[in-house]
Every structure is written in structure tokens, then in C-alpha cells.
Design a protein around this ligand. Structure first.
Ligand code: SIN
Length: 414
């Protein structure tokens, strides 16, 4: 038998060369494939222009090859904008692009394979870079989805969205869509006209998930890069494909070649069990977000917030004093680990009812007569939520109550 002439050291060298080439390629792509600095607010004229003749010809050929399934479940694709609808000045390059340009119809038409798995309907909610998405838009979008999901003929909804603020919108929908039908939020990190766009494959995975009976009772999900993530935990970790992930918990399954496969399901409150009714809500209570850091003294606000979230692993004495004073004025203060991974200190998040909230008081139990000082309302602790998501849960919770004990109950359940 002839022995290989390649020695082990050569393999090691080869692996090093391949690794550094991949890293260099990723750097170049990361540097080039970024949205243009100024986001496009409204659909540009390019929205109706043909994107490029070569891709269009490719789409036509694929369209001819797909046999639509007339019995497939109906899925509504609601488009909001983002890179998944992004168009470059020079298509087919690594050049900059305008997010939120293609319409819902154009995005779905560019993936004829969708027709194998779903009968697609489209709706244009907005067409913006996601940095322009506001809490008022979350409310409108959630209300719209709550309405359409009442349709008996609709299996699920897909929301296309810019990735910059995708995790926030998805989490808001997770808390406020009161249906067990699947809602899937999807984006792309490369524009539709770019080299190897990820939008089409992500959209296909999202539609297959929204159409699947397996996705019922799984809450709002984010489907990117064939991963099915719970919206409660999904995060944008970096600006490349594969950049969406969850922390220690939250990946529910994958979109396999045969279709979505689930291995886990969320158990906290969402969907039909959500208590949050947006019927009479148009704007959300103001909640500020701030960081604690060594030497910090805590932040004061001129915006008159109803709630404040502090990202912290432990506050300085001065920060403690500042937020204690804030709580005394009726502002609900929530603390959350910056990593979003901490689960301790939520008070009763597991078995049984929460223990009595710890309140600070200077009232003494001795016989000396002293002025009684009102107890300071307790601090609320977030469990396994990033500070950004804790802010959203607090905004939603404050539509129901501003009692910190009740807010803690909500943080323990959702
Ligand atoms: C956006 O968030 O609208 C732009 C970036 C992206 O979609 O990846």
C-alpha cells in the first residue's frame, strides 16, 4: 500500500493558511457590506426598478422549475424594511446599499421556492432601516398581527425586518401577540442585490417554519441561518451571516433539509397566555436604559421616565443611593446583567410564590420615638434578559401596573 507523501506538519500549515484566508475574507465582507450611513426612510425610486437582469433571469428559471402546492398552508409575509430589502447602487458587488428598498412582493417573488411550502400573501407595513423602527410601530405591528392571526385560513406570519433592531421588535411581539400560531421574524445581513445574499435562504426558512404545525405553541421566533431561535433570547451578536444566536438558552431547533425540526420549546408566558392587551395602548410608558460602572454615581433623567433599567453586575454605593432615591419617587427600577445571562435574584422565579419583596426602611423596633420613614419600593430583578429586552418587558409591564412587586411577578413569569 502506498503511503501518503503529505506529512502532518503540511496539514497544520495548510489549515493555518485556509484559516487566515477565511478571516481576511470575513473582514473584507464585514467592512464592505454595511448599510449606507443615512438610512432610507421611504421607498426609493429603486423600489420599483428591476434589480439586475442576471438575477431576474435566474429567478424566472427557478420559477419555472417550482410546482406550487395548491394545498400548502397560507402564510402572510409582513415587510418592514431592512437589509433583506436592501438594494446596492452597484448590484453584485460588496458595495454599500440602501436598506428598506424592495417591497414585500419583490422580496417574496425573488424566492419562487416559497410556493412549494406555502401560499404566500404579502403586506407592506413600512419600508425602513430598522434603526427607524419606533415603539409606536411595535404597537401597531403587534395589533395588526393579532388581527390577522384571527383568520382561520392563515397558518402563520413572517415579519421581514432589519437586523439592527430585529431582536427588540421580535421580543415585543413575543410579549404581545396573543396567539399560538407561529410568528417568525427574519432579516438578512447582506443586501438582496449583493454577492451570496442570505435573505432568500433566511426567508425560505422563515416561511417553512411559519407554515409548519410543529411551530405552533413556540411563541415568536427568529429564523436566521437555518436556526430557529426563541424571540425571548435571540440576539444580534455580530454583523455577518450567522450573527444571530441565543445565550445559554433559547435555540429551539433548526430548519433541516426536510423542514423545521424542534428540539426545545419555551415554557415561560407568551402567546395565548400573555396578559398584555394592547387594545387601548398606542404609546408605551417611557423607560430609560443606563449602565453601571466602576466609580459610577448613577444617572438622573430629565425625561421623566416611568421606569429605568440599569445594566449591572453590582452597583457602587453612589449608584445604589441614586437609584434608591429614584425608586422613592415612584420610578420602577429594574436591574439586569449586561450579558443577559444571570438568573439569580428574581425572587420566586422557580418553585412557589415569590418571597416577600425586600424593602429598605429606617423605622426602628426600639422604644425610642422616631419619625417613621416610608419603606423604599423594592428593586426589580430581570432573569436571563439583556438590559435592552428588560427595558421592553418593563415598558409592557408598566401598561398594567407600576407596583414594583407586581412588575417583579411579571419579570418572573415572562
Ligand atoms: C437594518 O437594520 O435595517 C439595516 C441592517 C440590517 O438589516 O442588517
Amino acid at each position: 500500500m502506498q503511503r501518503s507523501l503529505i506529512r502532518p506538519e503540511s496539514y497544520v500549515r495548510l489549515v493555518r493558511v485556509v484559516r487566515s484566508s477565511v478571516a481576511l475574507f470575513a473582514l473584507v465582507v464585514g467592512a464592505c457590506v454595511r448599510p449606507s450611513a443615512a438610512p432610507v426612510v421611504s421607498p426609493s425610486p429603486a423600489a420599483t426598478a428591476p434589480v439586475a437582469s442576471a438575477p431576474a433571469a435566474g429567478v424566472a428559471a427557478r420559477q419555472a422549475a417550482v410546482v406550487p402546492n395548491p394545498n400548502a398552508p397560507k402564510v402572510l409575509v409582513i415587510a418592514t424594511g431592512g437589509t433583506i430589502a436592501g438594494v446596492q447602487d452597484a448590484p453584485g458587488t460588496l458595495g454599500s446599499y440602501r436598506a428598506g428598498t424592495l417591497t414585500a412582493e419583490q422580496i417574496t417573488a425573488s424566492v419562487p421556492e416559497l410556493a412549494r411550502y406555502a401560499r404566500i400573501e404579502t403586506e407592506q407595513f413600512s419600508n425602513v432601516a430598522s434603526t427607524l423602527v419606533t415603539p409606536e410601530m411595535w404597537v401597531k405591528l403587534a395589533k395588526r398581527i393579532n388581527v390577522v392571526l384571527q383568520r382561520g385560513d392563515l397558518a402563520g406570519v413572517v415579519v421581514t425586518h432589519g437586523t439592527d433592531r430585529l431582536e427588540e421588535t421580535a421580543f415585543f411581539l413575543y410579549l404581545t401577540v396573543r396567539s399560538n400560531k407561529p410568528v417568525v421574524v427574519v432579516g438578512a445581513q447582506r443586501p438582496a442585490t449583493g454577492i451570496s445574499p442570505d435573505g432568500p435562504i433566511n426567508l425560505l426558512g422563515a416561511v417553512r417554519t411559519a407554515a409548519s404545525p410543529k411551530a405552533v405553541h413556540k411563541g415568536v421566533m427568529v429564523v436566521m441561518d437555518d436556526r430557529i431561535l426563541s424571540a425571548r433570547e435571540s440576539r444580534k451578536l455580530y454583523q455577518r451571516t450567522g450573527g444571530f444566536d441565543t445565550g445559554d438558552m433559547g435555540m429551539l431547533g433548526v430548519v433541516a433539509s426536510q423542514g423545521p425540526e424542534f428540539f426545545f420549546a419555551p415554557v415561560r408566558r407568551f402567546g395565548e397566555r400573555s396578559e398584555f392587551d394592547l387594545e387601548r395602548v398606542d404609546t408605551l410608558p417611557k423607560v430609560e436604559l443606563t449602565m453601571s460602572y466602576p466609580g459610577g454615581t448613577g444617572q438622573t433623567f430629565t425625561t421623566n421616565p416611568k421606569g429605568v433599567v440599569v445594566a449591572t453586575t453590582g452597583m457602587t454605593a453612589a449608584e445604589n443611593a441614586t437609584y434608591r432615591a429614584l425608586r422613592q419617587t415612584g420610578v420602577v427600577v429594574v436591574t439586569s446583567f449586561t450579558s443577559g445571562e444571570n438568573v439569580n435574584g428574581g425572587g420566586g422565579g422557580g418553585d412557589g410564590p415569590p418571597p416577600p419583596a425586600r424593602t429598605d426602611t429606617t423605622a426602628r423596633r426600639d422604644s425610642v420615638a422616631r419619625p417613621v420613614v416610608a419603606p423604599v419600593p423594592p428593586n426589580v430583578v430581570a432573569q436571563h434578559l439583556t438590559a435592552t429586552k428588560a427595558r421592553i418587558l418593563l415598558m409592557v409591564a408598566l401598561t398594567k401596573t407600576n407596583d414594583p412587586r407586581e412588575v417583579q411577578r411579571i419579570f418572573n413569569e415572562y
